[in-house]
Design a protein around this ligand. Structure first.
Ligand SMILES: [Zn+2]
Length: 361
């Protein structure tokens, strides 16, 4: 499956979306798995590799290969192409399908724009499983401070990719779209934000503002927002180029590090609803591990709310479901439905950029 002596063979015999290794490095579907530091190859950080492979392969099929990457880099640095290619073959990375190749390319693109963003000090995700719950709290206040985050504008032309029109205010939650599909670029941004949510192994919410251009194409601005901490993300709605872009949505992560229980799948909450209602955004996306959640405003959503009251209401609902024996993730999702019902929000749950409306009334 490898063509170690042929630098032109980026495309392997299987059709071009598999692994290839030559003097220029090691790639999967054209995406570099090694970086160059000076003249030497080094494996890309483990969290980036994990993110790329998760994007490339179906859930639970992503291989683990950081040790092998180091030996391939060593072999290339020693000029031993044959050994590098042989080791690459043993990675057993199967050829990607077109969707997988598109996803890994998008994630690679987002990662390239993420230089300087916080990352786990040890280059790995926090992945604890058990422990005590922490709570998402404090208001996502608005602010006028421009941020220096990367400016993401690339867009997809896949069919059914969400545009601003999908978020036009509907009469009721039942009139909202049944499904929303974000572009791989936006999903890559959500995934990267999640991977950056554990700097030094500690939770720190990551997020950004989703904007629309005049044609309705969605992109991301103001990564990192105005401020963020363990349980707070404060979006920045100041547009970089207000003549071209309007804020339409916001996204952030719900991280729980090992010391907090390592929970994932923790839903969008009352505080998020309050922040959304009091903002120029029409929808709010939350990424928590592989799971995603979204609230979307409708005409029956109040114009203003008391953030503290809504935040506490959401927590009370979640605690009540917990007291009935639901785990933290299930309690949070059930509480999100309660909040959606009371405040006229459409509620969605998603996975891998595809969101389905859950709350039907
Ligand atoms: Zn939140």
């Amino acid at each position: 499956m490898n063509q170690p002596d042929s630098r032109v063979h980026r495309i392997n015999r299987l059709g071009g979306l598999g692994v290839d290794c030559d003097a220029a490095g090691l790639r999967l579907a054209g995406v570099a798995l090694l970086h160059k530091r000076g003249h030497a190859f080094v494996p890309r950080p483990a969290d980036e590799i994990e993110l790329l492979l998760k994007a490339a392969y179906p859930a639970d099929k992503a291989p683990f290969l950081s040790l092998s990457l180091a030996s391939i880099a060593d072999a290339l640095n020693a000029g031993n192409l044959a050994k590098a290619a042989m080791t690459a073959m043993f990675l057993k990375l199967s050829e990607l399908d077109a969707d997988g190749a598109a996803r890994i390319a998008r994630v690679d693109d987002v990662l390239a724009k993420y230089d300087g963003q916080p990352r786990a000090q040890d280059g790995r995700f926090a992945d604890g499983k058990m422990g005590a719950a922490a709570h998402h709290d404090r208001p996502p206040a608005q602010s006028a401070k421009p941020s220096s985050g990367p400016h993401q504008t690339s867009q997809q032309t896949l069919t059914h990719v969400a545009t601003a029109a999908d978020f036009a205010t509907r009469k009721t939650p039942a009139d909202a779209p049944g499904a929303i599909q974000f572009s791989p670029t936006l999903q890559g941004q959500f995934d990267v934000s999640w991977s950056r949510s554990f700097p030094g192994g500690r939770s720190k919410e990551q997020g950004g503002t989703i904007v629309t251009d005049r044609q309705g194409n969605l992109s991301v601005q103001n990564i990192g927002g105005v401020a963020a901490d363990r349980k707070t993300f404060t979006p920045d709605y100041t547009m970089k180029d207000p003549a071209k872009f309007t804020p339409i949505g916001v996204f952030h992560t719900h991280p729980y590090d090992r010391s907090e229980g390592g929970y994932t799948g923790i839903a969008i909450d009352g505080g998020d609803a309050g922040g959304l209602i009091d903002s120029p955004a029409k929808f709010c996306v939350v990424q928590s591990g592989e799971k995603q959640f979204m609230f979307m405003n409708t005409s029956v959503t109040p114009q203003r709310v008391n953030w503290d009251a809504l935040h506490m209401e959401g927590q009370r609902d979640s605690d009540a479901f917990g007291a009935k024996g639901n785990n933290f993730a299930d309690s949070s999702a059930k509480a999100a439905i309660e909040i959606a019902a009371k405040y006229g929000l459409a509620y969605y749950e998603g996975h891998h950029d595809h969101f389905t409306r859950v709350y039907q009334k």
